[in-house]
Design a protein around this ligand. Structure first.
Ligand code: ZN
Ligand code: ZN
Length: 358
């Protein structure tokens, strides 16, 4: 992360304060703090005003902050970080109402007294985070490339007769050996009828032959997440099952074609959804098409039929239609993409043709 880009983030945040009429924003969510300041510790708060850039941490993190946090006045908190922050607040101060508890809010109000008004202002940093800068895109790209390697590795390891849990654990161990901090979310391995549950957690059941297995995984690398789903065959499939695979693949490719800056996210969802519905499986695609990915596995923008978000260049989103046939099988195919002015760059490189792994 270049120093310039990080300072630029705080400047961009400051430029958003005018519209809600804020004099400053109190940032306490650890992910937002990391994004703005580079600080990866667990105890810190920042105050960003039009001119002010203050970062406060306690004695345990002073050295770490010195190394990581640039462009902010670094303050060693006395004991209560909120108290130290409160001394630096004046006017109308936004706070993250999605992440600050009622109790913390009451305490903060007590500390700042009458002169400061606390205004709910959740989502401002998240809005910035939705548009990635080049360093962030590179970090996600590397995490996505590692996920490709995990799928290659899986093909060499086999599926039939191993339990879902064993496979999931082994894939996560492989990521760590390759240098990932870990999976970006708990790995999903779901065979046969279990694959009909979109958020299935791996069971101690052996994987059968002649069915489909959904594998949904991501790597956490340098703080950034990847997310990719592939559905494998474990032997020859019934025609109907293979047909559903081809349908989901066609819907996924059509949706990718529709991704572009300036397009409503809901319109991209509709492209995949209408193809699946026209084939008679509309009721079997029960989740949104995708979501933003970055420091967190689910972040802005939302890509679903109810989303109000419009895609912007620099968004990193998933495109992941699925069809779930209750009691029988499921198919999901998911790529991670960067939205560009004239389309998208697909970061997931592993093949989407149906691969048989026995
Ligand atoms: Zn996924
Ligand atoms: Zn996803």
């Amino acid at each position: 992360m270049s120093r310039g880009e990080r300072e630029n983030r705080a400047d961009r945040l400051a430029s958003l304060l005018g519209e809600p009429g804020l004099d400053g924003l109190l940032v306490s969510d650890p992910v937002n703090l990391r994004y703005l300041t580079g600080f990866t510790g667990t105890s810190g708060v920042a105050v960003v005003g039009l001119e002010q850039r203050a970062f406060i941490t306690d004695f345990r993190y002073v050295d770490q902050a010195e190394q990581q946090v640039q462009g902010f006045e670094r303050i060693r908190g006395k004991q209560d970080l909120l108290g130290d922050a409160a001394e630096r607040l004046s006017g109308r101060i936004g706070f993250d109402d999605a992440n600050v508890s009622v109790r913390t809010h009451a305490r903060l109000q007590e500390l700042v007294g009458e002169g400061v008004s606390l205004v709910p202002a959740g989502g401002l940093v998240e809005t910035l985070r939705a548009v990635k800068d080049p360093d962030e895109i590179q970090a996600v790209r590397e995490a996505a490339e590692m996920a490709d390697d995990v799928y290659e590795h899986l093909c060499g390891q086999g599926l039939v007769g191993r339990t879902e849990r064993e496979v999931a654990g082994e894939l996560e161990a492989f990521m760590r050996e390759r240098g990932a901090e870990g999976p970006s979310f708990p790995t999903i391995v779901a065979g046969g009828a279990h694959g009909a549950l979109p958020h299935a957690s791996p069971r101690l059941e052996p994987i059968e032959s002649g069915t489909l297995v959904i594998v949904d995984l991501g790597c956490l690398l340098d703080g950034y997440c990847s997310d990719c789903t592939r559905t494998f065959a474990t032997g020859p499939l019934e025609e109907e099952v293979a047909g559903v695979y081809e349908l989901v693949l066609a819907a996924q490719r059509a949706a990718l074609e529709a991704v572009r800056a300036g397009v409503p996210a809901a319109a991209v969802d509709a492209v995949a959804r209408s193809l699946i519905a026209d084939a008679g499986h509309g009721e079997r695609f029960g989740h949104g098409l995708g979501h933003g990915v970055g420091l967190e596995i689910h972040e802005s923008p939302r890509v679903s039929s109810t989303s109000d978000d419009e895609l912007a260049a620099g968004n990193v989103v998933t495109v992941e239609p699925g069809v779930y046939v209750s009691g029988a099988f499921g198919v999901r195919i998911e790529d991670l993409v960067v939205v560009t002015d004239d389309g998208c760059e697909i970061l997931s490189g592993f093949t989407k043709e149906l691969v048989t792994v026995e």
